[in-house]
Design a protein around this ligand. Structure first.
Ligand code: FES
Length: 161
């Protein structure tokens, strides 16, 4: 379960967000802009931030939550320090991406879409990364690992620990 955001400890960030909301609140479509700014400020969109946006923008919480969960660029859970993306495009899938996913899930003890307990890794599936000749492909942050075999994964993960 996600730990609640400490509102008191993050008071400065809420003030920054409020200033931004005040500057765009009369603009059409400002909810998207505010969510982007909030995510940049807090790193993700916890429920406490969604409630704040709802009350400051005078938009129902259900609408804020709906938009925050509909678009993949928004995260309502904190992300890990390193983002792992396993390509599930056709070429990678045919070359064994599922085995890479299974090995990662086992090594990290999380499911796809989740973040490890120590907040070190977030594990996601991605669309084609544009280097199909290297299938199957995994990215960690900006590093690309191609022609990947499941047995190489522990050694690769160790570099980021
Ligand atoms: S299908 Fe994986 S990189 Fe294109």
């Amino acid at each position: 379960m996600t730990k609640a955001l400490d509102v008191k400890a993050n008071e400065k960030l809420f003030i920054e967000l409020k200033d931004y909301i005040d500057s765009v609140k009369d603009v059409n479509g400002s909810l998207m802009q505010v969510l982007h700014m909030a995510q940049e400020t807090f790193g993700y969109l916890p429920i406490e931030v969604q409630k704040f946006i709802s009350s400051e923008l005078d938009v129902p919480l259900a609408e804020v939550y709906g938009v925050a969960t509909f678009y993949t660029q928004f995260a309502i859970e904190p992300k890990g320090k390193h983002k792992i993306g396993v390509c599930l495009g056709t070429a990678c899938y045919v070359k064994g991406a599922q085995k890479i996913m299974d090995k990662l899930a086992k090594e990290l003890k999380i499911k796809v879409g989740e973040t490890t307990q120590d907040n070190l890794f977030t594990f996601e599936a991605t669309r084609c990364l544009g280097c199909c000749g290297l299938a199957p492909v995994m990215m960690i942050d900006h590093d690309v690992y191609g022609k990947l075999e499941p047995k190489k994964i522990p050694e690769i993960l160790a570099k980021y620990k």
